[in-house]
Design a protein around this ligand. Structure first.
Ligand code: MN
Ligand code: FE2
Length: 466
């Protein structure tokens, strides 16, 4: 009996009252939601019978700066009052509450519908939204407030189950790394693909490699920056500042991805995945050229070297100085599928697929629309083509790993969730120093663009069965 979902215990007056008081008591929520000022309706579609009878269609929360001014069953009047309306069926809402899912992530996966409001607003406050859901009571705990005609030993086993679940969540760790002793000091080959079953030219990595040999052979050294240099002198100080700012992020970013890719190549090579390694040789070579390209651009247009690193702010450092090298170098000790998923998630989904893509869009908006800096634009166009192959490989790798190890879906999603948070914070951070952003750039537009890039890639992953 206690294993049941107990659907009927959710969304009752008693449950709502419990939630209200639990929000008001949560210091974590107060802290994370101190900038949240948007009434929200959690709407049901279809509307469950017990709510329909009362003329209600959801739960309305009036949330202002960490305070909960109202929480009650909502109706059409509340829809008008709400800045955000999230819609899902009853099962999904219960899952969200029970499993403490991140609503932004659920929207990106298409499980939750954003009927009204902006995804940017929601994602900006995703920590608050998550914390809010964490305060929502589980139906079992509501039920336990009522005297129940269960036997004592049944209750104890129930508590055991709850405790187990809590301690399981607390102890969620990456799997034990492969012990160094199990790896022989000298490796031996038991055979070769080329002389054995033959290279798989139809495989996706080999197809990407064919493309790399056509589109990836451009040379940063032959791009002409003389016109760029001439135009540079005519730019305003503010325009120069933001172009140097963005370039300072790309210079270090390209260097970081060049430095940090090797452990992934080594891991796949050790597994004998020759087709994947063949493609990755072009991948690394291209990242090396990207690093070269930005330095050539800077040397070609600037007469003095500015202080680039003052643009590397807190969240940029977290991602590029800490988490990217951490997640890739972990593979040196732990080459498990989960470690590979995390490495590729950080590298291909977040750094390349979300941030770099958004950065190219920023260059594009500044330069293309104003017909500026043709050398820089030429390079960026090539770079973007290279990156599309890199990201495609990342998605292929992640999907392969998820098909072989579906049990890691949740850990992988949690990892992405954390990193996406860092990535959107990087975008906030970029815009922070500017009262008026040169070239008319708009923070909201970029946040929206970044989220859409991420969402677009998420849709290509095998995550939806979970
Ligand atoms: Mn690159
Ligand atoms: Fe790349």
């Amino acid at each position: 009996m206690e294993m049941e979902l107990n659907k009927t215990d959710y969304f009752t007056e008693e449950w709502i009252a419990k939630w209200r008081s639990s929000i008001r008591k949560s210091d974590d929520y107060k802290k994370r939601a101190r900038e949240w000022n948007a009434p929200i309706l959690l709407k049901f579609d279809p509307v469950p019978e017990q709510l329909k009878e009362k003329g209600k269609n959801g739960i309305f929360l009036d949330l202002q700066y960490g305070e909960c001014h109202a929480l009650h069953l909502g109706d059409q009047n509340d829809e008008v009052k709400s800045d955000i309306i999230l819609t899902a069926d009853e099962e999904t809402w219960i899952r969200l509450i029970k499993e403490k899912k991140d609503p932004t992530m659920m929207i990106m996966k298409g499980k939750l519908k954003l009927e009204k409001g902006s995804l940017v607003l929601l994602s900006t406050h995703r920590a608050a939204a998550k914390s809010l859901l964490e305060t929502a009571p589980l139906a079992e705990t509501v039920g336990l407030l009522k005297p129940r005609d269960v036997e004592v030993n049944e209750q104890t086993s129930f508590w055991k189950m709850v405790k187990n679940r809590v301690s399981q969540n607390a102890k969620k760790e990456t799997p034990v790394s492969i012990s160094k002793n199990t790896t022989p000091v000298t490796r031996q080959h038991r055979g070769f693909v080329s002389t054995g079953k033959g290279l798989d030219f139809d495989s996706f990595p080999m197809q990407l490699f064919q493309k790399a040999k056509i589109y990836g052979i451009w040379n940063p050294a032959t791009i002409d920056f003389t016109e760029d240099k001439k135009q540079w002198e005519g730019l305003s100080d503010e325009e120069k500042e933001i172009l140097i700012h963005l370039s300072a992020l790309f210079m270090a970013g390209e260097e970081a991805v060049t430095l940090d890719l090797l452990p992934l190549i080594m891991t796949l090579a050790k597994e004998g995945r020759i087709e994947e390694e063949i493609f990755l040789t072009s991948f690394l070579w291209e990242e090396a050229k990207h690093t070269e390209f930005f330095s050539r651009f800077i040397n070609g247009v600037l007469s003095e070297k500015p202080d680039f690193e003052r643009f590397h702010k807190h969240f940029y450092r977290i991602l590029f100085y800490e988490k990217l090298p951490r997640d890739l170098s972990r593979l040196e000790q732990d080459s498990s599928p989960l470690a590979q998923l995390k490495a590729s998630g950080t590298y291909n989904m977040i750094v390349e697929g979300t941030l770099a893509e958004t950065g190219y869009a920023a260059y594009y908006k500044m330069l293309e629309e104003n017909d500026l800096l043709p050398g820089l634009r030429e390079g960026i166009t090539k770079l973007k083509q290279d990156e599309s192959r890199h990201i495609a490989f990342g998605l292929y790798l992640i999907n392969r790993l998820l098909v072989e190890n579906p049990e890691y879906k949740t850990d992988f999603e949690n990892h992405l969730e954390e990193l996406l948070n860092d990535a959107t914070n990087v975008i906030h951070e970029i815009f922070e120093p500017y009262d008026i952003v040169p070239f008319g750039l708009d923070k909201e537009w970029f946040l929206d663009y970044a989220i859409k890039q991420f969402q677009h890639r998420m849709n290509k992953l095998n995550l939806n069965q979970s």
